[in-house]
Each structure stands twice: as structure tokens, then as C-alpha cells.
Design a protein around this ligand. Structure first.
Ligand code: 5GP
Length: 206
């Protein structure tokens, strides 16, 4: 079991609708030590890849992306969300349906921040159906850049995003992959992990 899986077991809560709440260390309060470990882990997994920019989407991806940008010593760009698709010439724009907010968002990056020469590492907190990541890929491709890889903190393996991105040929690395979770029993199972019971945890292993 890796550090992130252990942290999820200790501090996460499963909500109805297949939502994992990890506000205490990622989505509201930020645990800097966990962010640092995630950044090191992603850099280790992408050690054979050339990266000159890190791209994420506001808001929760920014913390991990910033740590990673520090390790690579490269700029970090975050795509902004807007409810209206007011396309203008100075932005790359795409669309993503929000899994958590159940609505369509326009996402954009201003043109000066993405280039055809960029080797972009895309980073986000969660991967569910892959809407957010596909919008980020679209923005990189509009600029003529290359997606060097996709680094995710928590992939929800029961949803289609991860499989789809791998089938599309992207190099995807997720630090924790949830195979199944149940809000009624607060039980969770990670991919490629043996059954394991932690004594003092709120979420139990399936
Ligand atoms: P996707 O675009 O892959 O369908 O969903 C990923 C986005 O939805 C992430 O950026 C994240 O903000 C949000 N998200 C998806 N599932 C969860 C979840 O279980 N918990 C939390 N906190 N956010 C989630």
C-alpha cells in the first residue's frame, strides 16, 4: 500500500454518488507533505519523459502541479473554468462536463501560455470519466504541443476515463487507483493491492 492509499484509508470519506471526499488533505485543506510526496512520485514515474510545462485545471490540481513544477523547474499553467463559452481569438477553449457539479464548463488557457514547442505533463487530483483531462489534452493539441504524460492523484477505476486514455495511447500514471468503494460500509479496494485491514481507519478495505 502506498502513502496516498494509506492517507485515503486514514482520512477519506466515501459519499453517495461514488464520490471520495479527501478535503482534509487535498480538496480544501492541503497537506504539504502529501503534496510533496505525490510530486516526487509522479516525477519518478515520468523520469524517462521530457517535460517543459505542467498543465492542470483549477482549482484542486493546482497544489500538486505547483509542487511538480518546482521539481522540474518549469512553468505551471492552470486552465480556467467559465460557465459561458465566449470564444475569443486570444484563448484556446474546450468543454468539460463536471462530474462533481453536474454541469458543462468551458475551460480555457490564454494563448501565450501554451506553445507548439511544449512537452506538457498534465496533472489533476481525480480522474473519473476523463472529461477534465480530455479538455486539457484538447487545449495542448490546439496549441500544437505534445502531451508528454498524464499524472493523476486518485483514479476511479470503475469509471471510464482511465481505460479510455490508455486505449488512446496516452501515458497515464495514477498514484492510487480505486477499484471499488461503498459509501454505506465505508469500504474501499485499490487496484493491485492485497486485502488489507488497517486498525485505526475510518474507511475499511473491502
Ligand atoms: P472527470 O472529468 O474525469 O469525469 O472528473 C474529474 C474531475 O471531477 C476532477 O477534476 C475532480 O475535481 C472531480 N472529481 C471526480 N470524482 C471525484 C471524487 O470522487 N472526489 C472529488 N473530490 N472530486 C472528484
Amino acid at each position: 500500500m502506498n502513502f496516498l492509499e494509506e492517507k485515503i484509508l486514514r482520512d477519506g470519506t466515501i459519499k453517495p454518488g461514488n464520490i471520495l471526499k479527501i478535503d482534509s488533505f487535498l480538496n480544501h485543506q492541503i497537506d504539504i507533505d502529501i503534496m510533496r510526496q505525490m510530486a516526487y512520485e509522479l516525477k519518478r514515474r515520468f523520469r524517462d519523459v521530457t517535460v517543459n510545462k505542467v498543465l492542470t485545471i483549477e482549482a484542486s490540481g493546482i497544489a500538486i502541479a505547483t509542487m511538480l513544477g518546482d521539481l522540474y523547474d518549469v512553468p505551471v499553467v492552470f486552465a480556467k473554468k467559465s460557465e459561458t463559452a465566449n470564444s475569443t481569438d486570444d484563448k484556446y477553449m474546450s468543454q468539460a462536463y463536471s462530474f462533481t457539479h453536474k454541469k458543462m464548463n468551458s475551460v480555457f488557457v490564454s494563448k501565450p501560455y501554451l506553445h507548439a514547442t511544449d512537452h506538457v505533463l498534465i496533472v489533476d487530483d481525480f480522474l473519473a470519466d476523463g472529461q477534465a483531462v480530455h479538455a486539457l489534452i484538447d487545449l495542448v493539441h490546439q496549441a500544437g504541443g505534445e502531451v508528454a504524460g498524464i499524472g493523476i492523484a486518485v483514479e476511479k477505476g470503475q469509471q471510464k476515463g482511465g481505460q479510455q486514455l490508455r486505449e488512446e495511447g496516452f501515458r497515464l500514471e495514477s498514484i492510487a487507483i480505486i477499484e471499488e468503494m461503498d459509501w454505506q460500509t465505508q469500504a474501499i479496494r485499490f487496484r493491485d493491492q492485497p486485502r488489507h485491514e488497517l486498525g485505526d481507519t475510518r474507511i475499511k478495505h473491502l
